[in-house]
Design a protein around this ligand. Structure first.
Ligand code: NAD
Ligand code: UGA
Length: 459
């Protein structure tokens, strides 16, 4: 089937960059991204590309090149569905906050709404592509909704999970390690493979059955997160034994069977997906009665929570067992560098813990807006929004955030933090001046020479 028009439901961190790259690489394909969030669509259409709702290196340039030519952002969802031969579902699939599976299972209500919308609107045959990360066997539910419309429209369902990481999304999309397509209709699979084939070598386009594809996505995230928890577990042991976690990571990473990536000890992983996808995997395993499997993966999350908690506990203990009334500067709020995404960022939980101990916090992040920082804290419901606003302020300059601070906590590994004038910062801070480097980005010897008391992870 030759595809001329596609649409993507969900203009988020996945839908936006993925479709922008597909449009760039397929100039003859008309790509429409739709969303119910009018504000988000307006931001995608903003003539000033620095105001796009998502910050990703290289993305603004691609949007500028394709928008209005073969890439369109719209809130007219029904129209886009009706016109397209292929429809990607790229909506959010957060952890359920209510009912059965609360706190564990993926909430599929947005995906189901999309399927129902497609079923309602479609008058011609469609290929429906699951781009969202979904529990294994979700395609069955989508199929069931789409095949009970009473019309004779045919729907082929494909699973095409996305593996991009934020901060490197454009790079990851332009040269993916692999593209995964799961399905049972060879014709539908090849239609999608052709779109990717305009820039991805065929041997990197994997075709599997739909269940393997769905499960591979959860498994990939679980394996990646497991590596972070593994090195973080070792970081705690390093702190008790005078081993250095960076040296250990290098030594084990040079074993080609282990590999060097994803061995950076940190304050704990964040992001919208690792925790949610592992919780979902644990939930699925338990629902099949596979308790040992569930317990095994759950430990990855337990260790990650422990890592965040022990960072703030250590900070408090080092500041003479109290941070009450003390100013703590936080550098970074995003869950990793080069993104404005803060979902599940370790900074949120560390800040909340320090605020419980009556600290005063000043945050500086190069890309995260103050309103986002406040709403992240308010979402935890620990204290009133007014209290949060009083106790935690966001600054436009790092030097302002650091002025007169008792300690600085580095929460995100933004490159610019490394090149700050740390001598000037030392002079501005209260003495003794403490650095708690949750990302191991500064040099201990250099910081000690300036006069700082410097603590990092796993050293
Ligand atoms: P997101 O929250 O940034 O975007 C989802 C968008 O879908 C939102 O703008 C929302 O308004 C829209 N939406 C929800 N219901 C809708 C409906 N019924 N009709 C129209 N629009 C609707 O989420 P995201 O980060 O892009 O993630 C999307 C999916 O991709 C998730 O399943 C996630 O697990 C997966 N994923 C995310 C990443 C990542 O890096 N963020 C990477 C790989 C996979
Ligand atoms: C992750 C996966 O890497 C993507 O392949 C996947 O598509 C995506 O989840 C998803 O499904 O959402 P992302 O969360 O954007 O991507 O970013 P990562 O680079 O994986 O980082 C996740 C977290 O782990 C960050 O907080 C990061 O700082 C932390 N991390 C990562 C470490 O602490 N140490 C490391 O060595 C690597």
């Amino acid at each position: 089937m030759k595809i001329n028009k596609i649409c993507c439901i969900g203009a988020g961190y996945v839908g936006g960059p993925t479709m922008a790259v597909i449009a760039k690489k397929n100039p003859n394909l008309r790509v429409t991204i739709v969303d119910i969030n009018e504000e988000r669509i307006a931001a995608w259409n903003d003539s000033d590309v620095s105001k796009l709702p998502i910050y990703e290196p290289g993305l603004a340039e691609i949007v500028e090149e394709t928008r209005g030519k073969n890439l369109f952002f719209s809130t007219e969802i029904d129209k886009a569905i009706d016109e397209s031969e292929m429809i990607f579902i790229s909506v959010n699939t957060p952890t359920k906050t209510y009912g059965k599976g609360k706190g564990m299972a993926a909430d599929l209500k947005y995906v189901e709404l999309c399927a129902r919308n497609i079923a309602k609107v479609a008058t011609t045959n469609k290929i429906v592509v699951e781009k969202s990360t979904l529990p294994v066997r979700t395609a069955q539910a989508i199929k069931s909704i789409l095949s009970n419309t009473g019309s004779d429209v045919n729907f082929d369902i494909l699973s095409n999970p996305e593996f991009l990481a934020e901060g490197t999304a454009v790079e990851d999309l332009l040269s993916p390690d692999r593209v995964l397509i799961g399905g049972d209709s060879e014709e539908a699979i090849e239609s999608l493979a052709n779109i990717y084939g305009s820039w991805v070598p065929q041997d990197r386009i994997l075709r599997t059955n739909v269940w393997s594809s769905e499960l591979s996505k959860l498994t990939a995230n679980a394996f990646l997160a497991q590596r972070v928890s593994s090195i973080n577990a070792i970081s705690e042991l390093c702190e008790h034994t005078e081993a250095n976690v960076d040296e250990v990571a290098k030594a084990i990473g040079m074993d080609s069977r282990i590999g060097s990536k994803f061995l950076q000890a940190s304050i704990g992983f964040g992001g919208s997906c690792f925790q949610k996808d592992i919780l979902n995997l644990v939930y699925i395993a338990r629902s099949y009665g596979l308790n040992e499997v569930a317990d095994y993966w759950e430990q990855v999350i337990i260790l990650n929570d422990h890592q965040k908690r022990r960072f703030s506990d250590h900070l408090i203990k080092t500041l003479y067992n109290t941070v009450s009334g003390k100013k703590i500067a936080m550098l970074g709020w995003a869950f990793k560098k080069d993104t404005n995404d803060t979902r599940e960022s370790a900074a949120i939980y560390v800040a909340d813990h320090l605020l419980n101990e009556q600290a005063e916090i000043a945050v500086y992040d190069p890309k995260v807006l103050e309103s986002k920082i406040q709403s992240d804290l308010n979402y935890l419901n620990t204290r009133s929004p007014e209290e949060n606003k009083q106790l935690l302020v966001s600054k436009d300059s790092p030097y302002e955030a650091l002025d007169d601070a008792h300690a600085v906590a580095i929460m995100t590994e933004w490159d610019e933090f490394k090149s700050y004038d740390w001598k000037k910062i030392y002079k501005q801070m209260k003495k003794p001046a403490f650095i708690f480097d949750g990302r191991n980005i500064l040099d201990k010897a250099e910081m000690n020479k300036i006069g700082f008391e410097y603590y990092s992870i796993g050293k």
